[in-house]
Design a protein around this ligand. Structure first.
Ligand code: 5AD
Ligand code: SF4
Length: 486
């Protein structure tokens, strides 16, 4: 098929599942002549891959659509077309409503339909009206998206292993936007990972809205849990690190916990959302676990892998949350101690059971006050965790260049962003780094080993006479923000 080159800009909101999906959309569109562009301006197609998890996330999409309209008009004045598409969870949840609010949108399609993109594009280009596709097709997109020939993701890559959720927490839209739980086959995951490693990937993060609910078919015909899958992945030569996100406490089974003690490639960091420390609120949220269940799981994880760092998600101001309930959340945080965490004000999502809970709704001011208290405590813990690493040597996987010349950025085993002066040839390698600076959001350090001499030369050349040493630069840790659920 003869194709002309066209520019494709994808803007990704929300979780890492969306980051992964955006990459797959680009892969599907490549045979049609679409090449990735850095910005919307001048692009032939713009896709907003959206997030619906909280109210603010979906409002941002409508403001962006307003801005894009002007660029679409400019292009039209020059006799060219800009196709505007809304993908992801806002598309799934709002469907036709988006086109009613923003008639300049050409395509609206949900997360389960990306493999049908070429057909949708053809319809949008030819047809007069917009294309809406919010189906949950019977065929799995994972069987139909390109595997071989997919764009390499770099040293640290995502592998989607599970999608959807059957837990139905009362505040959450995911079971409605992403649909029922589905696990890919272990064979498919192992193949995809082997291919990635052959292309230079050294770290994978297994992705799923409820990743530890994974129950895929193994090559032996049996059903594999996440622990079993991780052990099989650890056999792949050249794969140095394995991570997974996001987990639900209920699915943290003994095999997975044991894997933390037995598989050295499995990194000592778990993002395990708890949402609240009050059993009354956890029940109202339909979380299916108590605060003590959570404490016990953490104890087991830390017994299996001493020094394991934890991260979590918290919601403050859920309907009916009293001062005592909130105090229980602060207590749980103090008891557990988190290396990092995300916290949010409850926001009612249309169609979820909690949105109909009229009793005990909190005012915005009360929610803001609680959010501040929770964030102050979590920030103290994060700062203390980071400061505790000063003077230690951490294995850092450098996966990108820093903001300054001669600087690389990477992640420690516990997921902290680390920057250090280092030559480009260390990109994609796991390198020992002595930690010399710690802030709440990042660490700075010096490469240890025979590379040190060279790194110091680079440092001297690059920063000679410059008072701002590279260790003072805080990378944008939020750029990798994991806004997954569970
Ligand atoms: N309001 C506030 N926070 C929410 N989250 C999910 N739904 C809501 C909501 N309605 C948070 C949860 C989840 C994280 C990704 O987003 O803490 O774990
Ligand atoms: Fe499922 Fe997580 Fe949403 Fe609960 S918060 S419904 S476990 S995705």
């Amino acid at each position: 098929m003869a194709t002309s080159r066209k520019k494709l800009f994808i803007k990704t909101y929300g979780c890492q599942m969306n980051v992964y999906d955006s990459g797959r959309m680009a892969d599907v569109l490549a045979p049609l002549g679409y090449e990735p562009a850095e910005e919307a301006e001048g692009a032939d197609m713009v896709i907003l891959n959206t997030c619906h998890i909280r109210e603010k996330a979906s409002e941002k999409v409508y403001s962006e659509l307003g801005r894009l309209r002007l660029q679409q008009q400019e292009k039209a004045a020059a006799g060219e077309r800009m196709i505007i598409a809304v993908a992801g969870c806002v598309a799934q949840a709002e469907g036709a409503e988006i086109m009613a609010r923003a008639p300049h949108v050409d395509m609206v399609f949900g997360p389960q339909t990306y493999h049908q993109l070429p057909e949708m594009v053809t319809r949008a280009v030819r047809g007069a009206g917009g294309v809406i596709n919010t189906d949950f097709p019977v065929e799995s997109k994972f069987d139909l998206l390109p595997g071989e020939g997919a764009t390499p993701q770099g040293p640290s890559a995502f592998v989607s292993v599970q999608e959807g959720c059957d837990k139905f927490c009362t505040f959450c839209v995911v079971p409605y936007t992403r649909g029922a739980e589905y696990s890919r086959s272990a064979t498919q995951i192992l193949e995809e990972t082997r291919r990635m490693v052959a292309n230079g990937t050294v770290e994978i993060t297994l992705l799923g809205q409820n990743v530890n609910a994974y129950h895929g078919e193994g090559p032996d015909g049996g059903t594999w849990g996440l622990g079993r899958l991780i052990r099989a992945l650890a056999e792949i030569d050249g794969l140095a690190r394995i991570r997974y996100t996001t987990s639900h406490p209920r699915d943290m089974d003994d095999d997975l916990i044991r894997a933390h003690g037995e598989v050295p490639q499995l990194m000592p960091f778990v993002h395990l959302p708890v949402q609240s420390g009050s059993d009354r609120i956890l029940a109202a949220m339909n979380r299916k676990h108590t605060a003590d269940d959570y404490r016990r799981i953490v104890d087991k994880l830390r017994a299996a892998r001493p020094g394991l760092a934890l991260s979590s998600d918290f919601i403050v101001g859920f309907p009916g949350e009293t001062a005592e309930d909130f105090a229980a959340t602060l207590r749980l945080i103090t008891d557990v101690g988190f290396a990092s965490a995300y916290s949010f004000k409850y926001s009612a999502r249309p169609g979820t059971p909690a949105a109909a809970m009229a009793e005990g709704r909190l005012t915005e001011d009360d929610k803001s006050e609680r959010l501040e208290a929770v964030q102050t405590l979590l920030a103290e813990q994060q700062r203390a965790f980071n400061a505790g690493l000063l003077g230690t040597v951490q294995e850092v996987l450098f996966d990108r260049r820093g903001k300054h010349a001669g600087q690389l950025l990477g992640r420690s085993p516990h997921m902290q962003a680390v920057h250090a002066a280092a030559p480009d040839r260390l990109l994609g390698q796991v390198v020992p780094v002595r930690i010399t600076a710690a802030s709440a959001s990042s660490l700075g350090g010096e490469v240890v080993t025979t590379e040190t001499a060279l790194a110091e030369t680079v440092l001297a050349e690059t920063f000679l006479g410059n008072k701002t040493a590279p260790s003072g630069v805080a990378p944008d840790i939020k750029a990798n923000h994991q806004e997954m659920t569970a």
